[in-house]
Design a protein around this ligand. Structure first.
Ligand SMILES: Cc1cc2nc3c(=O)[nH]c(=O)nc-3n(C[C@H](O)[C@H](O)[C@H](O)COP(=O)(O)O)c2cc1C
Length: 190
């Protein structure tokens, strides 16, 4: 599959089949992640591959609690309706951990110390595209309390859990989200 097709076809998957995902597919997805760009090539990511039903349940329950907090503050109906059952269904969750000290030269440029997060985001997008190219569904998931997630996964500062990538065989077609034309978001300075 060419990269442009993968970019345009990939959609967030929130319903997974229980079928296990082979280790070689997961390794390929992690290899794609590791080839992402990063500041001074410092590769500020680590990955935790979670298949334990107990840990998935803990993550799910914490996420439901987090969602309730967000709903209380926002009053947003979609948050109230949001179902996180895919955290239990997806055969594999990959936690993406960023090292907040690996910011490259930005350590010395006040206000730009978030470059490790940029690099981890690039790694995550590579994972989603690699999953899609191998016929798997995936979701970039961030609706969790970072402190709770640190405890669940045994993460200490300066490392931060930034996202979970849920991976598995998709159960049905994903919602086709629209996009604005890039021209609407672009300005040229010539
Ligand atoms: C930084 C980031 C965080 C996201 N967090 C969540 C999340 O917590 N839960 C979720 O269901 N989707 C999450 N998404 C997926 C977006 O909702 C989704 O990408 C967007 O609606 C566009 O849909 P598409 O991925 O199908 O094209 C996240 C995406 C990004 C980039």
């Amino acid at each position: 599959m060419d990269v442009f097709t993968a970019i345009k076809e990939r959609r967030s998957c929130r319903k997974f089949l229980p079928d296990a995902v082979g280790e070689e597919l997961i390794e390929k997805i992690l290899e794609a992640a590791a080839w992402a760009p990063s500041p001074a090539n410092n590769q500020p990511w680590e990955f935790i591959v979670i298949t334990s039903p107990d840990i998935k349940k803990t993550i799910h329950d914490e996420s439901v609690a987090c969602k309730k907090k967000i709903y209380k503050k926002s009053g947003w109906g979609w948050v109230d309706k949001y179902q996180a059952g895919f955290l239990l269904e997806a055969p594999v969750l990959i936690a993406v951990i960023g090292d907040s000290e690996k910011t490259g030269a930005h350590k010395f440029l006040e206000g730009t110390e978030d470059t490790y997060q940029h690099a981890c985001a690039a790694a995550i997008q590579n994972m989603l595209l690699a999953a899609h190219a191998q016929g798997l569904g995936s979701l970039w998931f961030t609706l969790f309390d970072r402190e709770a997630m640190k405890k669940t996964l045994g993460i200490d500062p300066p490392r931060e859990p930034l996202a979970l990538v849920c991976i598995g065989q998709s159960a049905g077609s994903a919602f086709q989200t629209p996009r604005k034309d890039a021209k609407e978001k672009t300005r040229y300075i010539r």
